[in-house]
Design a protein around this ligand. Sequence first.
Ligand SMILES: Cc1cc2nc3c(=O)[nH]c(=O)nc-3n(C[C@H](O)[C@H](O)[C@H](O)COP(=O)(O)OP(=O)(O)OC[C@H]3O[C@@H](n4cnc5c(N)ncnc54)[C@H](O)[C@@H]3O)c2cc1C
Length: 572
Amino acid sequence: MSAQPETPDCDVCIVGLGPTGLMMAHLMALRGLRVTVLEREPERYGMARAVYTDDQCLRIMQTAGLVDELHREMRADLPVRWLRKRDSTLAVIHDPRRTYGWPTANFLYQPAFEGRLEDALGRYPQVEVLRGRELVGLEQDADGVTARHQECTGTDYGKSSPRLTEGSQQELRARYLVACDGGRSAVREDFLQISMSGKAFPQRWLVIDLRAKEGAEPFAHLPFFDFHCDPELPVVSCPQPFNRHRFEFMLHDHDATEDFEQPGKALELLADFVDTDSVVLDRQLVYTFKALVADRWRDRRVFLAGDAAHMTPQFIGQGMNAGIRDADNLSWKLAEVIGGHADPVILDSYESERRPHAKAMMNLSVLNKVLVSTGNPVLTTLRDRVIPVARRTPGAATWLRQSRMKPRPRFRRGTFVGLPRAVHALDGQLFPQPPVRDAHGHAVRFDDAIGHGWSVIGIDVDPRRLLGLSERQDSTTPEPTWVDLLPAGRSAEVGPGVLPLELADSEVSRWLDKHGVMAGSIVVLRPDRFVWGVVIPGDDESFRRTVDFLTTIPPGLRSHPRTPRAVAAQSH
Ligand SMILES: Cc1cc2nc3c(=O)[nH]c(=O)nc-3n(C[C@H](O)[C@H](O)[C@H](O)COP(=O)(O)OP(=O)(O)OC[C@H]3O[C@@H](n4cnc5c(N)ncnc54)[C@H](O)[C@@H]3O)c2cc1C
């Protein structure tokens, strides 16, 4: 007699309900997974840490069906400035393009942001959020993970050790567990003994969160995200929604942390920037920062994500955003594997795809920290001379203004789930989100039109007709969305089940041209909008492999990710 397959309590147990856990839960639930979240804190955290998010992460929030309500509560599209002394501008970053459909610099108030995300989980009956439950142990076997959890009355968000209630332990069985339990992850440190590599920075920064007093407008004169590169007092000034503002001041070696965590000193520093009678101090806290990456992001059925996997110094505001990218990457892969549509081998690509980008962001953040806070006279002189020259030099000026130093969302060759050959420049790149019109001429968002699964985009061609594929008979494997992407001004007759989308401008056509993707080509997009592969006319090998991929069940079997270990070795 054969054993009955096990039915676990949930598909995925997520540990931690910070921004990473929240986005992970949304993106998994969207794809039909049954999710249980364990969060040790019984109440929501009332204080902000992250303030900035970018266009790529807004796009991920769009996939999760959340972007409109979240973006409404952000200060969107603000210019970023580097100032030598106050009001002497070194550089301005402001990119008016909307490559991914959203502005590049957006500012949020984290408690409101997280509150919206948590409330919105209520739309998924298959998501269970267990607040006040601490993960206290885990075991794995060939079929799943057993998570032991216990009642916790809180840690005051890290200020004290978890207060656990005796006799309240329970067990939960899941197919996989994703640790989104933050920088001090117990899953990473205690249960899996995975160490982190990188660097901790000794400089202390005083972070002050302010809000306006009733009826006052004390921040109206501070509409930019400003880095004051003043060797005597490096300062970051950061607008927030809801009439709030954040300042960060670098402390000197002789400054005592205790003094600066008192309102008196904080107000002294603020007096140069705002009318201190019009503001309320929400908190002032001294931080040091780390650039650390976990040596492994996976142990069999357990994954690390967000700060548990990588800790990014806050100087370019990418810590939370990296966690959102992790959620985007891992959620669809787990959904495909659990749904039986892909080989579990694709799960190794989570780390091989995400690690290089997370590390590159970290390096940029450290560079920005040095640029803003260096007291080295040679470096400051270099910075203050080179950047103004760059601003006057046409190519360099655009590079600066459009923030092209930011690591591109692109996977390295041979490390990602894609067409099993890496010859085309578009492979592994994040596809833009162009403005498009549907068959009725209505403006629609590209991603909303293509949905949250795989999509096959014909460039001015009906892709299904070109590949000779009729509608799949097998109803258990989700169909990709078939799109005929037409240049502006063109309409076309398409076959059944193919969506015609007309580009509203020529930006994406130019981008495709630049990469040699001409009319009659096909671009296959993964559920996270990264290019799986391109078939250009005459490339018979790619044609054959793409047809194989689209007709093979499970499709992921034909992917070829390298092992994370190989990639880690490359990137060190
Ligand atoms: C001053 C400052 C400014 C920043 N600015 C930005 C910014 O502008 N943009 C940006 O992108 N990032 C920024 N960051 C970084 C960002 O805040 C973090 O990267 C982000 O909060 C990490 O999210 P997370 O969900 O991975 O972890 P966390 O937010 O730390 O959440 C982890 C959760 O897990 C829970 N937990 C822990 N252990 C257990 C357990 N055993 N059982 C159950 N639950 C558990 C915790 O209670 C917590 O709720 C900033 C950070 C700081 C400090």
